[in-house]
Design a protein around this ligand. Sequence first.
Ligand code: ITT
Length: 199
Amino acid sequence: KKIVLATGNQGKLREFAQLLAPLKIEIVSQADLDVIEAEETGLSFVENAIIKARNACHQTGLAAIADDSGIEVDALRGAPGIYSSCYAGSSASDEENVAALLSALKDVPASERSARFQCVIVFMRHAEDPTPLIFQGSWQGQIMTEALGEGGFGYDPIFFVPETDCSAAELSSEQKHAISHRGQAMRQFIEEFPYSRHQ
Ligand code: ITT
């Protein structure tokens, strides 16, 4: 079985490859199939994940997995949320987004810096699939006052993980997957994946 990963985010691709390794399915990234990325016009993680999966199915004729994720900061009333990848502007780098979030929270005390990562994973068998599989995970933490660690991607260097008393970027990928929003959603996906029983 060949499945297209409907993401252009290198950090997600790396994590997907690690998380899906046990399934022994053939995974190709949509960039390798020249898929033109869809515009994310949805107003929820679920809608955006469906838009991305459907777009990849449509252009490749393959089944697709998409991930829509982001970080919700309580002091910003849930922002940046579904707009996390463009918090510092439409083609912002991870570093620019991190800097923008640190600056937005510069006067916010430690006790009010709670935040959570959200992840929605959608699996669609084909572009007209009327019952996409949808999985969700969330990961509670705090926004730090400076970046720490070299691992992970995105907002990981400023996401304090209470369980491990360090930033998400200081965790090994195995440690991160064991507790992260994406790890939670992916484990549910693997449980339900229609082909995993036949391996
Ligand atoms: P695709 O849509 O192509 O998958 P994207 O980067 O645009 O890539 P999203 O719209 O889902 O993806 O945006 C996700 C944002 O949330 C992006 O800024 C990520 O850096 C951030 N994010 C998601 N998961 C994360 C994680 O595990 N660690 C750190 N940041 C994360």
